[in-house]
Design a protein around this ligand. Structure first.
Ligand code: HEC
Ligand code: HEC
Length: 347
């Protein structure tokens, strides 16, 4: 009888244990990322159209630059360059942030000047330093291609394409670019074996020293603007003013959108000026100028080990095959007339 009773208690405890592990998320300032689930078939069709547009270099003047050029989904949604290379090899003013999980940002761009992904997506197409095209030309290119016309009609139910549809479809695709199931998420969901001792120590330090005041929530950032250089001024050659450029309020000088730290292992180099080449540098600088803390090399290594557990499952994409141009499609103009003069002969 006694044995049966304790067996019952054991069984109950085990059941309770299992339920806990499966449902209870640890009470931490960072929450696990949910995978993207399309609402319905229409949402899937819209994202599929947006995916084509995201990869289509014909939305640029040169015919060579797509969204994926600077937000390369093979490389964490960034270009891994200090600053991006745009039309005619122009140097961009600022480091390209990742598009991964960007749907969670409170606003888009380092200074938040676009309110959401759709508003953002119109920017680079017409930006002379990026894709250097115009919205009219981009629409003309797409409108000349029957397969695109059909796809837009299928999604938007209209015979004509406009730039709002283009940016809406791209934004719908970007919203699918979430990276769930990082090891840290598994730990948050109760898997004690998901992190090793060093990674756990790193997380405790990240939390205990105050990083989490700004890097928190589901995206571990992306939800506030904060001053770069709270305790000590940040030294940079970049003229960027951050939020002040948008609000014209001097109090907002050098405030930038706190970047998400999800997949930060993949999104080097770091900071808006791309000046920190390694995660160790970025962590040491953050400790010093945001918190007035000089981490030991071991402490820095622990935090870096924790940050690397934020790398999630990358979007599983099949390279989209784009419908071909035809005789009616406006042609790309990669070079200025002067660029195309014949090269002098050798000798
Ligand atoms: C020539 C490189 C380049 C191209 C091409 C480009 N981007 Fe960007 N993108 C950047 C840079 C640089 C920034 C940051 C600009 C800023 O904050 O002022 C950025 C910012 C963004 C952001 C904001 C992310 C955040 O966290 O604030 C999103 C989203 C984005 N781009 C999506 C796109 C899409 C969609 C396209 C294609 C229509 C595109 N980009 C084309 C370089 C590029
Ligand atoms: C007061 C708010 C604040 C605190 C505290 C803070 N950060 Fe940041 N963090 C930011 C902001 C803002 C940026 C972007 C600054 C920029 O690029 O100008 C940033 C950028 C970063 C980046 C670079 C990400 C990228 O993609 O470029 C890393 C890594 C980082 N922080 C880690 C940490 C760590 C580790 C701590 C604790 C030692 C910490 N942060 C504390 C606000 C903060």
């Amino acid at each position: 009888m006694k044995a049966r009773q304790s067996l019952l208690i054991l069984t109950l405890a085990a059941c309770a244990g299992i339920t806990l592990a499966e449902t209870a998320v640890r009470n931490e300032p960072i929450q696990p990322l949910a995978p993207y689930v399309p609402a319905d078939a229409a949402a899937t069709a819209k994202a599929a159209l947006g995916e084509k547009l995201y990869f289509d270099p014909r939305l640029s003047k040169s015919g060579a630059i797509s969204c994926n050029t600077c937000h390369n989904l093979s490389m964490g949604g960034t270009d891994n360059l200090t600053s991006s290379i745009g039309d005619h090899w122009q140097r961009g003013p600022i480091n390209a942030p990742t598009v991964l999980n960007s749907g969670m940002n409170l606003a888009q761009f380092w200074d938040g000047r676009a309110k959401d992904l759709q508003e953002q997506a119109g920017g680079p197409i017409a930006n002379p330093k990026e894709m250097a095209f115009s919205h009219e030309l981009a629409v003309r290119v797409l409108d000349s291609i029957p397969q695109y016309r059909d796809a837009f009609k299928g999604v938007y139910g209209k015979d004509t394409i406009d730039i709002q549809m283009v940016t809406d479809a791209i934004a719908a695709f970007e919203k699918t670019l979430v990276t769930p199931d990082s090891r840290f998420d598994l730990w948050l969901k109760g898997d004690d074996t998901a992190l090793n001792d060093q990674e756990l120590k790193g997380y405790q330090l990240f939390k205990g020293s105050g990083c989490v005041a700004c890097h928190n929530g589901t995206a571990v950032g992306g939800n506030s603007f904060q001053k770069m250089g709270v305790v000590e001024a940040y030294k940079t050659d970049s003229p960027e003013l951050g939020l002040e450029g948008v609000t014209k309020d001097e109090a907002d000088r050098f405030k930038f959108k706190v970047p998400t730290l999800r997949n930060v292992e993949l999104t080097y180099p770091y900071f808006h000026d791309g000046a920190a080449k390694t995660l160790e540098d970025a962590v040491a600088i953050m400790g010093r100028i945001q918190l007035g803390r000089q981490f030991t090399p071991d402490e820095t290594a622990d935090i870096v080990a924790f940050l690397k557990t934020l790398t999630g499952t990358q979007p599983d994409l099949k390279l989209p095959i784009l419908p071909p141009s035809n005789n009616d499609t406006p042609r790309p103009e990669p070079f200025n007339a002067a660029d195309s003069e014949p090269r002098p002969q050798n000798g």
